[in-house]
Design a protein around this ligand. Structure first.
Ligand code: ATP
Ligand code: MG
Length: 673
């Protein structure tokens, strides 16, 4: 079918399907498919049930107040997120359970029970109070992946200050922008963190952020965790500034562990978090307390199927939303044992992750497609060296996963026995939205399958018509508890970005479309197959338009990754006189594969065979690396600049600007531009 301007072509088909293993399903937290119908019939009652598992200082009196696009969940309720992650378990006699297992990159380890963590959070909370932090203030956190990162977040939550965590790999300038935007009063950082054997000089970057180019006048104190240096010295020549800078071990370790948890309104701000910046300038996404915690609790419980004997490891950094919802709030609200690792997957060698799985007996493992593609590139010999038999469930998040990468993960990490949960969600949604339930859902590689119970997702045309099967714009049709409450300091951008794709009148032809219904637009293109499964096929901004066919990037990339020589691929549309756009492909080969002209030809034919002549790449460039954000996502808009011979656009959110500069040189040297 030729797509009109309203919709997208659907090219890729996938026949492999994986029902939940019987043994897994028998023990699963969710194994009765009627949960979907029940939640759908009365979503407010469904979410209310989950909210009752939390501890409320004062019960709410109304589930939802929906004044599109503004939602209030659990209206009138008072609770505290840190209390729910810690005190609730300690009071239930579960204080001696392990809450956090931590391993540093150099191999040092720490372990915290729920009682330990409760004490440390109380101390840090009192220290923040002594530094003048009050309910309603913002605190910036710029730390490596060390336990203090989680402790600092929970300490803020305990006293009702909102945290704004900034990924430790960000530059001083990015940190400065985020501190200024949020007007943070205190910055919590470290003297350095370990990464691939080296030390990231965080304090130096923090000083640069706070002191240079106008600095950050809102900052009153900088609290510094000693991770690396000896007493009195810090990494990279950074010094402690008298009066402003305080050592964590001086002020936290001596503070009282008793700090009452503030009773926060359900709608009080829990945190601000800036998006990854894949498409442009990051947005300060606001999350509040009651609804956010409820959906984190529910999704972690059902999607990760947490049990008392599980050791759960999410490899994300706390600087991203995944680290917020699925290292800290969701798992701790569930009383889980969480593993946290500081460093790189290839330090000291490419077996590090698998050694950690073996050493700790990890049972649930959650990572990103970018990591899985790196593992594929490195080869199967690394995981094969370790005993991964404790694993029982795998997860992925962050980008569409190419079916071949899914299969690789399934076979080489999951031993062919672990269900995979491909979870679609975003910083803005706060928690998972489209995902399998591992005891119920038959999974299909590349598809995030169906909306979580209580969530209503849809595929709409540009006009707002429901597309029952086929490709279009992904849409969320009713409010959900962990939805963003706004963009910090920019209410208009909130309305324009997420709530203005379809006007109320046009969205009315869906299953239950009410005239005037407000629909959330996440910015992704997706398709729905015959069985109702969702496939995210790429960002709307990245869609290709070849001879009138609108094609999502994921399908062409997946056809390339399907070839046994390919580890990773990115495709972009490049202006073409006749077709409108032609497909340009950037391809990373598995290690040990030779990059030849013949292979290019073979890959071109492979794409045509797999998904059709319409997607035939006009140009293929072999690339050692692809330009990625600091969270590891492919940045296609820069590849488009290269393919069209333009000057490169904004590269500030790139992990390594050198990658794209090198690719540009290569591309031009080959006369492909
Ligand atoms: P920005 O919004 O600043 O451009 P970003 O969208 O990369 O950055 P995040 O909120 O970290 O910021 O990422 C969410 C996006 O990641 C989703 O909108 C989607 O494009 C992609 N994504 C996440 N999980 C999945 C998944 N399981 N399948 C497909 N895509 C996914
Ligand atoms: Mg986004």
């Amino acid at each position: 079918m030729a797509a009109t301007e309203q919709t997208f072509d659907s090219l890729l088909t996938e026949d492999r399907a994986f029902p939940p293993p019987a043994e897994f399903a028998a023990r699963a937290n969710a194994n009765d498919a009627s949960i979907y119908a029940r939640a759908d019939a009365d979503p407010e009652a469904y979410w209310a049930d989950w909210s009752r598992r939390l501890h409320w200082f004062q019960p709410w009196d109304r589930v939802l107040d929906w004044q599109p696009p503004y939602a209030k969940w659990f209206v009138g309720g008072k609770l505290n997120a840190a209390y729910n992650c810690l005190d609730r378990h300690v009071e239930a006699g579960r204080g001696s359970r392990t809450a956090l297992l931590w391993e540093g990159e150099p191999g040092d380890t720490r372990a915290y029970t729920y009682s330990d963590l409760h004490r440390e959070v109380g101390r840090a909370a009192n220290a923040l109070k002594q530094m003048g932090v009050e309910k309603g203030d913002r605190v910036a956190i710029y730390l490596p992946m060390i336990p203090e990162a989680a402790i600092a977040m929970l300490a803020c939550a305990r006293i009702g200050a909102a945290h704004s965590v900034v990924f430790g790999g960000f530059s001083a300038e990015s940190l400065r922008d985020r501190i200024r935007d949020a007007q943070a009063k205190v910055l919590i950082t470290g003297d350095g963190g370990y990464r691939r054997g080296g030390v990231v000089p965080l304090k130096r970057a923090a000083d640069e952020a706070v002191d240079e180019e106008g600095g950050c006048p809102s900052i009153q104190h900088v609290l510094v965790v000693r991770r690396h240096g000896a007493e009195g010295e810090t990494v990279g020549g950074a010094q402690m500034k008298e009066g402003r800078d305080l050592w964590w071990h001086d002020v936290v370790e001596g503070a009282s562990p008793d700090c009452p948890a503030e009773a926060m309104d359900s709608e009080d701000l829990l945190y601000i978090l800036y998006t990854s910046g894949t498409t442009g300038k990051p947005k300060g996404i606001m999350h509040t307390t009651g609804g956010y915690l409820t959906q984190c609790l529910a999704t972690t419980n059902l999607v990760f199927d947490l049990k008392d004997d599980d050791v759960y490891w999410c490899t994300a950094d706390v600087g991203w939303v995944t680290g917020h919802s699925y290292i800290v709030y969701g798992p701790l609200a569930n009383g889980a044992t969480v593993l946290m690792y500081e460093g790189a997957p290839d330090a000291p060698d490419r077996g590090r992750f698998w050694k950690i799985v073996q050493d700790y007996g990890v049972t649930i493992f959650y990572t990103a497609p970018t990591a899985i593609r790196a593992f594929m590139k490195w080869g199967t010999e690394w995981p094969a060296k370790y005993d991964l038999s404790t694993l029982r469930l795998l997860g992925t998040v962050g980008e569409p996963i190419n079916p071949e990468a899914w299969i690789w993960y399934h076979l080489n990490i999951g031993g062919g026995r672990c269900p995979i949960v491909d979870t679609w969600w975003q910083t803005e949604t706060g928690a998972m939205m489209i995902t399998p339930l591992p005891g119920i859902t038959e999974t299909v590689p590349g598809s995030a399958t169906t909306p979580f119970p209580g969530i209503r997702a849809d595929i709409l045309s540009l006009k707002g018509e429901c597309i029952p099967t086929g490709g279009g714009f992904l849409a969320i049709r009713r409010p959900w508890p962990s939805m963003l409450r706004g963009i910090w300091g920019d209410p208009q951008r909130f309305v324009d970005t997420y709530w203005s794709k379809w006007s109320g009148e046009t969205v009315g032809s869906g299953e239950d479309g009410q005239p005037g219904e407000s629909v959330y637009f996440p910015g992704d293109g997706a398709k729905r197959d015959e069985r109702g499964y969702f496939w995210v096929i790429g960002r709307i901004d990245d869609v290709l338009n070849v001879a009138g066919h609108r094609i999502g990037t994921m399908e062409v990339e997946s056809a390339l990754v399907d070839h046994p020589s390919v580890a990773e691929a990115a495709v972009v549309g490049k202006a073409h006189e006749l077709k409108g756009q032609a497909v340009a492909a950037f391809v990373t080969l598995k290690e040990g594969t030779e990059a030849t002209e013949a292979l290019k030809q073979e890959l071109t034919e492979h794409v045509v065979r797999k998904i059709g002549a319409i997607a035939r790449p006009d140009a293929i460039l072999f690339a050692g690396d692809l330009p990625k954000t600091r969270s590891g996502k492919i940045m296609r808009r820069l590849l488009k600049d290269i393919a069209e011979g333009r000057a490169l656009g904004d590269t500030t959110t790139l992990a390594d600007p050198g990658v794209v500069a090198r690719l540009k040189d290569e591309y031009e040297a080959r006369g492909e531009g």
